[in-house]
Design a protein around this ligand. Structure first.
Ligand SMILES: C[S@@+](CC[C@H](N)C(=O)[O-])C[C@H]1O[C@@H](n2cnc3c(N)ncnc32)[C@H](O)[C@@H]1O
Length: 381
């Protein structure tokens, strides 16, 4: 199962730890491939007919589907087991990181001495309330767990855990979303070559490095609210021989000057911000772009145009995995928010793309396990 590419910063695991991680991986695979499809059958055969009997109509939206499904024992068992798998996932990685933390910190120092790129952590950074409110995805301590100036544990935990979280579906470098957006940008803007790129909400740089690789002449920056995330991001990039600049910054208001970037991107960050933060990020993106610049914010599917049951499935993380703000983002009119931020309506749209992995499978004549399009908010200044 384990194809995650080993790099100098990836936390080493002992035999028993790896075995626990493999258990989590297989449990999540079983839940996704075998148990969850059964919930759809339960809905069609049991829950929807009962709802119809009571209301003389079908559930009209994802919220009505959820309320009805929440009472069903099969679905409740799925939810409880999936949540337990999420908790086990963090537990299975945290032990290794706690043991290896001093070694990882030393390795990061050594890489910093020999490598290029930079990391900047301001003294007075204030975590936004939507991060302090709950540990997103149940990651203990959240993205912003920080034990001091060299601490990179949150990043080390995240790097390994996300591979298990996605059951390897984001690729061997967890970078499929970045590669997908790079392909999208190249296809839609074939004449553009960006010189300065900003990746907002970069976490440990999984989606940042595809931009470094695609545009070797560009200066690439990644910002994130988590100090441990960006410290680790630099060390990971250096360990992989890539050059990028990271800093702890809130995407709502950054320290970069007006018009500094010709491309601003994000990958699954927006759904973790609040309603007001969303608007502020739009304004900030607009401010940061040079004339002719492009924004591409890629995120999880909105409610828009989805069938109620399919849309209900996308809400699982919101109600069971501390993705509290996701519900808001899924209902928001993204284009209207971008226009409020300064973008012209005629130069703004919500497009979408299958992931790189799904497209590769379709090209090879195979059927991808999931073929949802990730929406992309596109704006040109
Ligand atoms: C789901 S992770 C995605 C990470 C990364 N973009 C990727 O594709 O692997 C979302 C990240 O966005 C960051 N984030 C959320 N709100 C932010 C904000 N207002 N400013 C900067 N980063 C933010 C979180 O700290 C987290 O690391």
């Amino acid at each position: 199962m384990d194809t995650q590419v080993r790099h100098p910063m990836l936390v080493p695991t002992r035999h028993d730890e790896l075995s626990r991680q493999q258990f989590v991986h297989n449990l999540r695979l079983c839940l996704a491939a075998d148990v969850l499809p059964g919930a759809r059958r339960v809905y069609e055969r049991r829950v929807r007919p009962a709802f119809r009997r009571d209301h003389q109509r079908d559930p009209k939206d994802r919220h009505e589907v959820r309320k009805a499904m929440d009472r069903d024992p099969y679905y409740r068992l799925y939810c409880a087991t999936q949540r337990a798998s999420q908790e086990m996932m963090w537990d299975s990685v945290i032990d290794s990181v706690e043991r290896e933390n001093p070694t990882l910190q030393q390795r990061a120092k050594d890489l910093k001495t020999s490598g290029k790129g930079s990391v900047r952590i301001p003294r007075d950074f204030k975590q936004p309330a939507y991060h302090r409110a709950a540990d997103i995805h149940l990651q203990p301590g959240g993205y912003h767990l920080d034990h001091g100036s060299n601490d990179l544990a949150s990043g080390a935990i995240y790097d390994r855990s996300v591979f298990l979280y996605a059951i390897g579906g984001l690729g061997d470098y967890n970078d499929d979303l970045g590669r997908t957006l790079v392909d999208y940008y190249r296809a839609k803007f074939p004449k553009k070559t960006p010189h300065r790129i900003l990746d907002m909400g970069c976490a440990v740089g999984h989606s940042t490095l595809p931009w470094v690789e695609a545009f070797p002449g560009a200066e690439v920056h990644g910002i994130d609210c988590g100090a441990g995330m960006v410290r680790y991001a630099l060390a990971r990039a250096q360990g992989l021989g890539r050059v990028a600049h990271f800093s702890q910054q809130n995407a709502e208001k950054t320290s970069f000057r007006d018009g500094h970037f010709d491309l601003v991107v994000s990958h699954i960050m927006l759904h973790e911000t609040s309603r007001t933060a969303f608007d502020r990020i739009m304004r900030e993106t607009f401010r940061l772009l040079a004339p002719g610049g492009v924004m591409l914010h890629m995120d999880l599917p909105r409610d828009h145009g989805m069938k109620p049951y399919d849309s209900f499935l996308m809400d699982w993380e919101a109600y069971h995995n501390n993705e509290t703000f996701m519900v808001v983002c899924r209902d928001l009119d993204w284009k209207a928010a971008a226009v409020r931020g300064g973008f012209e309506p005629a130069r703004t749209k919500v497009d979408g793309s299958l992931t790189h992995a799904a497209m590769e499978m379709i090209k090879a004549g195979q059927t991808p396990p999931y073929a949802i399009k990730f929406p992309i908010l596109v704006g040109r200044k």
